[in-house]
Design a protein around this ligand. Sequence first.
Ligand code: NOJ
Length: 729
Amino acid sequence: MRTDYEDRIQKLIDQMTLEEKAGQLRQCGPSLVGAFGVSFEELVNMMFDGKISQEEFDRQMGSARQDFREEELRNGCIGSYNGIADAATANRLQKIAIEETRMGIPLLFGCDVIHGLRTVMPIPLAESCAWDPKLWEKTARVAAREATAAGIHMTFSPMVDVAKDARWGRVSEGAGEDVLLNSCYGAAKVRGYQSDDLAKEDSMAACVKHFAGYGAAEAGRDYNRVDMSMQRFFEEYLPPYEACIKAGARAVMPAFNDINGVPCSVNRWLLRDILREKWGFDGMTVSDSNAIAECVSHGVAKDQADAAKRAILAGMDMDMASDSYHQYLVELVKTGEVAEEKLDQAVANVLRIKFELGLFDHPYQASQDREREELLKPEYRRLAREAAASSMVLLKNDRILPLQKDAKIGIVGALADDRAQMLGTWAFEGKGEDCVSIVDACRARGVSFTYIKGQDAAVDIESINKMAESCSVIVAAVGEKKEESGEAASRASITIPKEQTEVLKALKKTGKPVVAVLFNGRPLAIPWIAEHVDAVLEAWHPGVEAGNAVLDLLFGAVNPSGKLTVTFPYTSGQCPMYYAHIPTGRPGGKSKFTSKYLDTPLEPVYPFGYGLSYTTYEYSGLKIQQSEQGVSVSVKVKNTGKRDGAEIVQCYIRDMAAERARPVRQLAAFEKVFLKAGEEVETRFFIPYENLGYYNSRMDYIVETGWFEAAAGRNCADCLSSLFEYTGQ
Ligand code: NOJ
């Protein structure tokens, strides 16, 4: 139940000066004062411009002092901080806000808690492969417990940007290429972060991002333009944000990109018409970092003051990092360019979330005691291990896995013993020392192994051959470093480094079976591995329990159940590649004049929804029953192997003929079912007719009568299917 704070909000606004109002809309990060005596921003620029090296930059950062602009805080010019994750600092600053500012309004602390604070869970893309909303919610709950103990009130998560282009580095931060999965994932995260009452000391507000369509950045290049039809935008990109709002998310971060030429930060249609009017959102919007000022570079604002004016008028409440509001809002109101009422609306949205979080009554929710108690609890680590094991996807297994208990393993690859790399992108509070690498886990369990790092360096054939003599199986850790995915980490070529392939080739030559364990933050183009390596386990960047989870799967203590939420192409040139595409007039076939490539297969290496297990499942008895409200699709799934397991059963729909062409397959529902060896269950999905619709050329959402295909199966390319007719309700 949401309490109505509107009277209290209005009373506060009535007493505030223009400066104090602008202050509430300003979010600052601690600025770093370095030995060079330049600001953090200048230091970053110096590195980007090549004036100082990365090492020098890191050295400067290490010796830099944090400046929290306390004088400005005292003057009521700061309403929120970003990036503070320690209770002592948060409480010290909060005390200044409460006791030393004229209005005594509490601060709001925001932070990027993307996949856990200290107990770093698998990256979001990995976790999405568990297809398990309950798990997604549980890991978010743990993140909220830890983060709130460390003084954080709001996380800039979930990211629900549907991402169909594997070149985009931020594909790692969301739930992959599917609109339904992103919606379910986002809603579960919101529930987990916020719980049932935002005012509880361990609840944290969810800030949904990046609104909207950021995942469609052209050519997969970060921050790039997004240009698409409104129909596509509404069908394939907007629903996950709406699902998060429906789940109660109290904050939204507009995206860096433009939509059809208008940057989201100043996009009134997006921020007012869609978000507030259409979806009824009454929470707070906060810009992405420096995004308001960047509207000058976008070419839509003549200067920063103009950018500030456009942003506030469009409905951007809080300015993260650019100081455009701080510098220009008061003047813009005084000159009448911005009506004070617009400013007041934004302030009200900021105050509302502070009330909802209970900050006016309990401004000091964090404490060092809570920090000590909450961070990295054993039960959180257990959950991290479960999450990591459920996230991993067995891509190939030529009867090598699970390994025998007494297997003698030759382990190869730097990633097998690089703890910090296991954290993945966006894990600032995560510590390498908290992580368990594959080598650590082998040591702890008394597994018989030899380890050679052997990659990133010339292939040392001699030591590989020597190692092979004494082992029964080789485990090679390959993939990407954590810095190679995430923000500003787009790649034009999504392969693994040449050296790693060379090592794998040398390993294969030894004649010993080779298992590749992939650590990466995006789909990789790995056709050689798929063809030649005996077994492939996609481990992603699995978080603090990486090594334990990998061994759980390799030795079969856990039966793999993860399935891909992104398509794995043969080559980067196929990107964007995704399963829910529209058919062409000339679907790929044998004839030359069909839609395909001359030099690459048309199909992916691994399709969406794909993943193996140590048992086998048989699908049969697809049944379709129609009622007045919708169609129910049921299918029998039998565990035909010798091990218990979990199977992710997927249901897809296709509209066979419509005014606007519809995707060849569209995920309509899914369920993870647990089956004992030999057990059979019937899984039933109910799809309301209203879900079968789409936006026609006039942008009306319509459900057309006619023939549809319903399919159910183990992945998007392997389903039982049948037609049914919708004749109207
Ligand atoms: C930039 C990123 O785009 C966004 O996701 C993040 O929340 C902010 N910076 C704050 O760190």
